[in-house]
Design a protein around this ligand. Structure first.
Ligand code: GLP
Length: 261
């Protein structure tokens, strides 16, 4: 796991875009894994700038979203399908029909989850997965107490996550769906490279658990310790509870010239 502490969101956007672009330049038909939420937005903006300036094209890429609310009507502005259209698809040159999302209005949700797993496998798996983290340590919508081996499934959201996400629903917690569909931790861990972005002191405890805590279902993000290739991009506030902060800074400063991300 490489922990990179950066001074501001602009630098995080640049480095995050470098990580993703490295994969796309290496394989123009790379399969991307996309997270919604505010944390990756600067990365998506920077990828958009590189596409606009002709340095990069995502025209051969496809992508899978991590999760979706269950029960929002199709086209709801806060459904993750719509959010990713605004935050990512509209900024780059990826073909929207090759960006796949879980179907939150499916009548047979179990079948929808199994189908999603099959589609990811048929695409050859995810090359680089962008991740955020919830303040309670959830990744995608895998809430505390989840199995660390779970596949794509239906989950119930915690009150804390619904409160955190109420800001997207006019601060009305009751408007936030109670259930969701989410790639399982086991699914996410199969992506070949994970890049997690965390910003602000509200994420400091989750980040400490991710990097230094015991692997535990109480902090689902800690399962990333079991993955061989993880890049963690943090601002100072999100890194503020790391016990080995100085060591991570020294590792970044003395990174060997040939080492990529
Ligand atoms: C949501 C999403 C997660 C996201 C998390 C953090 O609950 N399901 O995928 O990582 O929130 O969001 P943000 O980046 O806005 O803090």
């Amino acid at each position: 796991m490489e922990v990179i502490i950066l001074p501001d969101e602009d630098r995080i956007g640049l480095v995050g875009a470098d990580v993703v672009a490295e994969h796309i330049l290496d394989n123009p038909s790379a399969v991307l894994g996309l997270a919604t939420g505010s944390s990756p937005v600067r990365v998506y903006e920077e990828l958009g700038r590189r596409v606009d300036s002709g340095q990069l094209t995502l025209s051969g890429c496809s992508a899978f979203l991590l999760d979706e609310y269950l029960g929002l009507p199709e086209g709801h502005p806060e459904s993750y399908r719509q959010v990713i259209e605004r935050d990512f698809v509209d900024r780059v040159d990826i073909d929207s029909s090759r960006v796949l999302a879980l179907d939150g209005s499916a009548t047979d949700v179990t079948a929808a989850c199994a189908d999603y797993e099959e589609r990811i496998a048929a695409a050859g798996g995810v090359e680089v997965q962008v991740l955020g983290v919830g303040s309670n340590g959830h990744i995608a919508f895998n809430e505390p107490g989840t199995s660390l081996a779970a596949r794509t499934q239906v989950k119930m959201l915690t009150e804390r996550t619904r409160r955190d996400n109420a800001r997207f629903f006019d601060d009305d917690v009751d408007a936030v769906p109670q259930h969701c569909l989410t790639q399982g931790i086991g699914t996410i861990l199969e992506a070949r490279h994970l890049v997690l972005i965390a910003l602000g002191d509200g994420k400091a405890e989750a980040v400490q658990q991710l990097v230094e805590g015991p692997v535990s279902a109480l902090w689902p993000v800690s399962a990333l310790q079991l993955h061989p290739h993880v890049t963690v991009l943090l601002d100072e506030a999100a890194a503020s509870r790391l016990e080995l902060r100085e060591y991570y800074l020294a590792c970044a400063e003395h990174k060997l010239a040939w080492q990529g991300y």
